[in-house]
Design a protein around this ligand. Structure first.
Ligand SMILES: [Mg+2]
Length: 227
């Protein structure tokens, strides 16, 4: 089996800023912070790392209770911000997922900084929730390499020990780095958080403008199956 692990934001979809808006609304409701610091980078990082860094920056003690309150509030705001922000599925994504799903030896998973509930809401909004049965998420881990490890273990479990390879597809340097950390084939796609030059410098195995021209990607998975 070959496991193909997708990042979400900037790779599968562009939510039009719905995630950040829900973060801001949760911080406003819970901690009376009217504007969250612009100095915190959201791209390619785990929700947990972002939320705890924001708490520290705004003088909120980052306790377990606060984290749980945040998750609840964030998810309820996300429910509203997703339709409001009118994002989009990124070019080529639906066709690529169709092509990969048609290949018997391919498993589709997620490798994302989103918390599991956030990932589910975002993918449901864009009609993709059913495509992915497993993955690594940003509920527990701060470091994307740890999320990669979780996704890798999940892949092995799904493949029942018959795993031939793993691919990670993402839009930031962190996606490439975490792919390396689990020995995966790294595909960088310039539809999100990083420029083509930044991604190139991270030396992915494959660098794509978007997911419309994916022959090389399908080659790497060991199939050019078409639907
Ligand atoms: Mg991303």
């Amino acid at each position: 089996m070959y496991s193909v692990l997708f990042d979400i934001d900037g790779t599968l979809i562009d939510t039009g800023g719905a995630g950040k808006r829900a973060f801001s609304s949760a911080f406003r409701d819970l901690f009376q912070i009217t504007e969250i610091s612009s100095g915190v980078n959201f791209a390619g990082r785990s929700d947990r790392a972002i939320a705890l860094e924001l708490m520290e920056l705004h003088g909120v003690e980052p306790s377990a209770d606060r984290w749980h309150e945040f998750v609840k509030s964030y998810l309820s705001h996300l429910e509203k911000s997703l339709p409001e922000c009118q994002g989009q599925v990124l070019p080529g994504v639906v066709q690529l997922l169709d092509q990969l799903q048609a290949v018997d030896h391919v498993l589709l998973g997620l490798l994302t900084g989103n918390i599991k509930g956030g990932a589910a809401r975002k993918l449901t909004q864009y009609g993709m929730a059913e495509r992915f049965k497993f993955g690594g998420f940003g509920d527990v881990w701060h470091d994307r390499n740890d999320i990669a490890k979780e996704a890798f273990e999940q892949s092995r479990f799904q493949a029942r020990g018959r795993m031939q390879g793993v691919m990670v597809i993402g839009d930031t340097v962190n996606d490439v780095t975490c792919a390396r950390s689990i020995g995966a084939f790294a595909v960088a796609v310039a539809t999100g958080g990083a420029s083509r030059e930044e991604l190139k410098a991270a030396k992915p195995d494959l660098l794509l403008e978007d997911l419309t021209d994916t022959d090389a990607l399908l080659d790497a998975v060991g199939s050019k199956a078409t639907v």
